[in-house]
Design a protein around this ligand. Sequence first.
Ligand SMILES: C[C@](O)(CO)[C@H](O)COP(=O)(O)OP(=O)(O)OC[C@H]1O[C@@H](n2ccc(N)nc2=O)[C@H](O)[C@@H]1O
Ligand SMILES: Nc1ncnc2c1ncn2[C@@H]1O[C@H](COP(=O)(O)OP(=O)(O)OP(=O)(O)O)[C@@H](O)[C@H]1O
Length: 302
Amino acid sequence: MTAITVRAPAKVNVGLSVGPLRDDGYHDLVNVFHAVSLFDEVTAAPADRLQVRVEAAPGSPVPVADVPVDDRNLAVRAARLVAARLGVEPRVALRVRKAIPVAGGMAGGSADAAAALLACARLWDDGGRLDLMELAAELGSDVPFALMGGTAVGLGRGERLTPLPTGGTFHWVFAMAHGGLSTPAVYAECDRLRAGRRVPPPEASDELAAALAAGSAKDLAAALHNDLQPAALSLRPDLRRTLDAGRDLGALGALVSGSGPTCAFLAESDRHAADLAAALAERGVAASTLRATGPAPGATVL
Ligand SMILES: C[C@](O)(CO)[C@H](O)COP(=O)(O)OP(=O)(O)OC[C@H]1O[C@@H](n2ccc(N)nc2=O)[C@H](O)[C@@H]1O
Ligand SMILES: Nc1ncnc2c1ncn2[C@@H]1O[C@H](COP(=O)(O)OP(=O)(O)OP(=O)(O)O)[C@@H](O)[C@H]1O
């Protein structure tokens, strides 16, 4: 048995419609996920016992000191789940190399979970017995999409996925913030801001689907929507300055990525994205900037 390395992508939610709070503490969503070319890598190697090491990918500005290296780590939880389902001991050393911002709203932990699921299933030769999508949904609402990649709409908690056609490549700039935001805290703030109002069921956007299918960055920019953005801005008012700076500097569209605090900007071309990233860095409105294209593939064995 040799080591297996799997990479899995970050996501930006190009449309996130949040319905009322459910009895189980989750919200029904119409969640349009778009995978982008920022990848975490998980290597699984045979070992005496379960171990995990987390490091920044070479050259990546992502701080990793806050990532837990115990059973709270989503890659560890994924490895334990695969072992339990196969009835084997989780004798594996995991190395997680992060290029996706931590607690940034880009599903970095979910990417690691998806990568670890696939790596461990291969390492322990599950022979295709396991339904990795089902295991993914147990680990978190964003994990199935990290396995699938591309562009997809997620219903329910966001785990019931249908791929969406995209007609081209989109160019993105991401402004990383100092510190992170807790996803449950952002959903709770969303509920607080909407208290006393009737919250309609989450809605799909035909404009968004058409823009993606056409590969039109301009139309996609006009259709970008995130119901969690007011909550993220309420918890982190400084993000408004970041979004305004991006628009001011010529981004086609700007929004908070998922639960934030990373802000996402849509550019016209690779060149435009490079200029925008440099200009955002110069304005000092981001801890650092990252560039990526989408759609990107889901979890892949290297
Ligand atoms: C904000 C998004 O990243 C958008 O894709 C996701 O909805 C969050 O997905 P995730 O981080 O995988 O979230 P989970 O680990 O499943 O849930 C964490 C917490 O987020 C809240 N949560 C999550 C998903 C959902 N549809 N409704 C929720 O209210 C719940 O408080 C839940 O306890
Ligand atoms: N492998 C992991 N990488 C990063 N964080 C992890 C990991 N495992 C567990 N965590 C914990 O999960 C929290 C959220 O991390 P993550 O980077 O997935 O956030 P996120 O990108 O905002 O998530 P999402 O967009 O799915 O809501 C972190 O603060 C950390 O404590």
